[in-house]
Design a protein around this ligand. Sequence first.
Ligand SMILES: N[C@@H](CCC(=O)N[C@@H](CS)C(=O)NCC(=O)O)C(=O)O
Length: 203
Amino acid sequence: MKLIGSLASPFVRKVRVVLAEKKLDYEFVLEDVWSPATTISASNPLGKVPCLVMEDGGAMFDSRVIVEYLDTMSPVGKLIPSGGRERASVKVWEALADGVAEAGILARLERTQRPAERQSDAWVQRQLGKVSNGMKSMAQALGENPFCAGRQFSLADVAVGSALGWISFRFPEIDWRGEHENLARLFDKLSDRQSFRDTVPVA
Ligand SMILES: N[C@@H](CCC(=O)N[C@@H](CS)C(=O)NCC(=O)O)C(=O)O
Protein backbone atom coordinates (compact mmCIF):
# COMPACT_ATOMS: atom_id res chain seq x y z
CA MET A 1 0.00 0.00 0.00
CA LYS A 2 0.97 3.61 -0.57
CA LEU A 3 0.61 6.57 1.78
CA ILE A 4 0.37 9.96 0.11
CA GLY A 5 1.44 12.70 2.49
CA SER A 6 3.76 15.48 3.52
CA LEU A 7 6.55 15.74 6.08
CA ALA A 8 4.88 18.57 8.00
CA SER A 9 1.26 17.44 8.44
CA PRO A 10 0.24 16.28 11.95
CA PHE A 11 -2.42 14.02 10.40
CA VAL A 12 0.10 12.34 8.11
CA ARG A 13 2.42 11.94 11.09
CA LYS A 14 -0.34 10.25 13.07
CA VAL A 15 -0.76 7.70 10.27
CA ARG A 16 3.00 7.17 9.85
CA VAL A 17 3.43 6.58 13.59
CA VAL A 18 0.61 4.03 13.52
CA LEU A 19 2.17 2.26 10.50
CA ALA A 20 5.51 2.10 12.32
CA GLU A 21 4.05 0.95 15.65
CA LYS A 22 2.11 -1.78 13.84
CA LYS A 23 5.19 -2.71 11.78
CA LEU A 24 3.28 -2.44 8.51
CA ASP A 25 5.13 -2.02 5.19
CA TYR A 26 4.17 0.83 2.88
CA GLU A 27 5.52 3.20 0.29
CA PHE A 28 5.58 6.86 1.32
CA VAL A 29 4.78 9.24 -1.54
CA LEU A 30 5.40 12.92 -0.88
CA GLU A 31 2.79 15.34 -2.22
CA ASP A 32 2.67 19.12 -1.97
CA VAL A 33 -1.08 19.75 -1.86
CA TRP A 34 -0.50 23.50 -2.15
CA SER A 35 1.38 23.23 -5.46
CA PRO A 36 -0.64 24.07 -8.60
CA ALA A 37 0.79 20.83 -10.03
CA THR A 38 -0.62 18.61 -7.28
CA THR A 39 -2.43 15.47 -8.40
CA ILE A 40 -3.87 14.69 -4.95
CA SER A 41 -7.48 15.13 -6.10
CA ALA A 42 -7.10 12.06 -8.34
CA SER A 43 -6.91 10.05 -5.09
CA ASN A 44 -8.74 12.28 -2.61
CA PRO A 45 -11.45 14.56 -4.04
CA LEU A 46 -11.04 16.75 -0.95
CA GLY A 47 -7.48 17.53 -2.02
CA LYS A 48 -6.00 16.67 1.38
CA VAL A 49 -3.36 14.41 2.84
CA PRO A 50 -3.03 11.83 4.27
CA CYS A 51 -4.53 9.50 1.70
CA LEU A 52 -3.92 5.74 1.73
CA VAL A 53 -3.95 3.96 -1.62
CA MET A 54 -4.44 0.23 -1.31
CA GLU A 55 -3.12 -2.61 -3.49
CA ASP A 56 -6.30 -2.66 -5.61
CA GLY A 57 -6.00 1.09 -6.24
CA GLY A 58 -8.79 2.03 -3.82
CA ALA A 59 -8.13 5.19 -1.86
CA MET A 60 -8.94 5.85 1.78
CA PHE A 61 -9.15 9.07 3.79
CA ASP A 62 -9.19 10.80 6.23
CA SER A 63 -6.58 10.08 8.92
CA ARG A 64 -9.15 8.80 11.44
CA VAL A 65 -10.52 6.28 8.95
CA ILE A 66 -7.02 5.24 7.88
CA VAL A 67 -5.72 4.60 11.41
CA GLU A 68 -8.82 2.66 12.33
CA TYR A 69 -8.34 0.46 9.27
CA LEU A 70 -4.61 0.00 9.93
CA ASP A 71 -5.27 -1.11 13.48
CA THR A 72 -7.32 -4.02 12.11
CA MET A 73 -4.57 -5.10 9.71
CA SER A 74 -2.32 -6.66 12.30
CA PRO A 75 -2.66 -7.82 15.91
CA VAL A 76 0.76 -6.26 16.58
CA GLY A 77 0.61 -3.22 18.87
CA LYS A 78 -3.16 -2.88 19.19
CA LEU A 79 -3.85 0.86 19.43
CA ILE A 80 -7.65 1.08 19.63
CA PRO A 81 -9.65 -0.88 22.21
CA SER A 82 -12.29 -3.13 20.66
CA GLY A 83 -15.37 -1.51 22.18
CA GLY A 84 -17.26 0.20 24.96
CA ARG A 85 -16.14 3.24 26.95
CA GLU A 86 -12.46 2.40 26.46
CA ARG A 87 -12.78 2.65 22.71
CA ALA A 88 -14.86 5.83 22.93
CA SER A 89 -12.31 7.39 25.27
CA VAL A 90 -9.45 6.80 22.82
CA LYS A 91 -11.55 8.23 19.98
CA VAL A 92 -12.43 11.34 22.01
CA TRP A 93 -8.73 11.90 22.74
CA GLU A 94 -8.07 11.60 19.02
CA ALA A 95 -10.86 14.06 18.20
CA LEU A 96 -9.47 16.52 20.76
CA ALA A 97 -5.89 16.24 19.50
CA ASP A 98 -6.94 16.46 15.85
CA GLY A 99 -9.12 19.46 16.76
CA VAL A 100 -6.16 21.27 18.31
CA ALA A 101 -4.11 20.64 15.17
CA GLU A 102 -7.00 21.69 12.89
CA ALA A 103 -7.49 24.96 14.76
CA GLY A 104 -3.76 25.64 14.60
CA ILE A 105 -3.79 24.95 10.87
CA LEU A 106 -6.72 27.34 10.32
CA ALA A 107 -4.87 30.07 12.23
CA ARG A 108 -1.70 29.46 10.25
CA LEU A 109 -3.49 29.37 6.88
CA GLU A 110 -5.10 32.72 7.66
CA ARG A 111 -1.62 34.15 8.13
CA THR A 112 0.16 32.36 5.31
CA GLN A 113 -2.43 31.99 2.54
CA ARG A 114 -4.32 35.31 2.64
CA PRO A 115 -3.04 38.75 1.67
CA ALA A 116 -2.19 40.77 4.81
CA GLU A 117 -5.01 43.31 4.26
CA ARG A 118 -7.66 40.55 4.19
CA GLN A 119 -6.48 38.65 7.24
CA SER A 120 -8.77 38.59 10.26
CA ASP A 121 -7.00 38.79 13.59
CA ALA A 122 -10.28 37.92 15.31
CA TRP A 123 -10.40 34.65 13.33
CA VAL A 124 -6.80 33.83 14.20
CA GLN A 125 -7.45 34.53 17.89
CA ARG A 126 -10.60 32.40 17.81
CA GLN A 127 -8.63 29.45 16.45
CA LEU A 128 -5.72 29.97 18.84
CA GLY A 129 -8.26 30.02 21.68
CA LYS A 130 -9.30 26.51 20.63
CA VAL A 131 -5.65 25.43 20.62
CA SER A 132 -5.18 26.81 24.12
CA ASN A 133 -8.44 25.34 25.50
CA GLY A 134 -7.75 22.02 23.82
CA MET A 135 -4.31 21.73 25.39
CA LYS A 136 -5.66 22.72 28.80
CA SER A 137 -8.31 20.02 28.52
CA MET A 138 -5.67 17.45 27.49
CA ALA A 139 -3.52 18.37 30.50
CA GLN A 140 -6.49 18.08 32.88
CA ALA A 141 -7.55 14.71 31.46
CA LEU A 142 -3.98 13.37 31.51
CA GLY A 143 -3.37 14.30 35.14
CA GLU A 144 -0.67 12.04 36.53
CA ASN A 145 -1.53 9.08 34.27
CA PRO A 146 1.37 7.53 32.34
CA PHE A 147 -0.58 7.67 29.06
CA CYS A 148 -3.62 9.55 27.77
CA ALA A 149 -6.15 6.74 27.93
CA GLY A 150 -5.11 4.84 31.03
CA ARG A 151 -1.98 2.79 31.57
CA GLN A 152 -1.33 1.69 28.02
CA PHE A 153 0.10 3.40 24.93
CA SER A 154 -2.73 3.88 22.41
CA LEU A 155 -3.90 5.89 19.42
CA ALA A 156 -4.77 8.65 21.92
CA ASP A 157 -1.05 9.15 22.59
CA VAL A 158 -0.20 8.99 18.89
CA ALA A 159 -2.74 11.72 18.12
CA VAL A 160 -1.72 13.91 21.07
CA GLY A 161 2.00 13.55 20.31
CA SER A 162 1.43 14.41 16.64
CA ALA A 163 -0.67 17.48 17.48
CA LEU A 164 1.72 18.81 20.15
CA GLY A 165 4.71 18.22 17.88
CA TRP A 166 3.05 20.22 15.12
CA ILE A 167 2.13 23.10 17.46
CA SER A 168 5.76 23.31 18.63
CA PHE A 169 6.93 23.17 15.00
CA ARG A 170 4.64 25.90 13.63
CA PHE A 171 3.98 27.98 16.76
CA PRO A 172 7.22 27.90 18.78
CA GLU A 173 5.99 31.03 20.59
CA ILE A 174 3.19 29.06 22.30
CA ASP A 175 4.64 27.98 25.66
CA TRP A 176 2.44 24.91 26.20
CA ARG A 177 5.37 23.06 27.82
CA GLY A 178 5.67 25.71 30.51
CA GLU A 179 1.91 25.80 31.13
CA HIS A 180 1.35 22.05 31.17
CA GLU A 181 4.30 20.18 32.59
CA ASN A 182 2.50 16.84 32.53
CA LEU A 183 1.88 17.20 28.77
CA ALA A 184 5.54 18.06 28.28
CA ARG A 185 6.59 14.91 30.20
CA LEU A 186 4.26 12.77 28.08
CA PHE A 187 5.50 14.42 24.88
CA ASP A 188 9.15 13.80 25.81
CA LYS A 189 8.37 10.15 26.53
CA LEU A 190 6.55 9.74 23.21
CA SER A 191 9.33 11.53 21.34
CA ASP A 192 11.75 8.82 22.50
CA ARG A 193 9.87 6.15 20.58
CA GLN A 194 11.44 5.24 17.23
CA SER A 195 8.10 5.85 15.46
CA PHE A 196 8.10 9.48 16.65
CA ARG A 197 11.84 9.98 16.11
CA ASP A 198 11.44 8.95 12.47
CA THR A 199 8.56 11.35 11.82
CA VAL A 200 9.65 14.68 13.34
CA PRO A 201 7.94 17.41 11.23
CA VAL A 202 10.01 19.00 8.49
CA ALA A 203 9.04 22.09 6.45
N1 LIG B 1 -9.42 15.67 8.82
C1 LIG B 1 -8.36 15.43 7.88
C2 LIG B 1 -7.48 16.68 7.80
C3 LIG B 1 -6.41 16.55 6.72
C4 LIG B 1 -5.79 17.91 6.42
O1 LIG B 1 -6.33 18.97 6.75
N2 LIG B 1 -4.65 17.86 5.75
C5 LIG B 1 -3.98 19.09 5.35
C6 LIG B 1 -2.49 18.94 5.58
S1 LIG B 1 -2.13 19.08 7.30
C7 LIG B 1 -4.22 19.30 3.86
O2 LIG B 1 -3.99 18.40 3.09
N3 LIG B 1 -4.69 20.50 3.48
C8 LIG B 1 -4.91 20.85 2.13
C9 LIG B 1 -6.17 21.66 1.94
O3 LIG B 1 -6.86 21.95 2.95
O4 LIG B 1 -6.48 21.99 0.81
C10 LIG B 1 -7.55 14.20 8.32
O5 LIG B 1 -7.58 13.89 9.52
O6 LIG B 1 -6.92 13.54 7.48
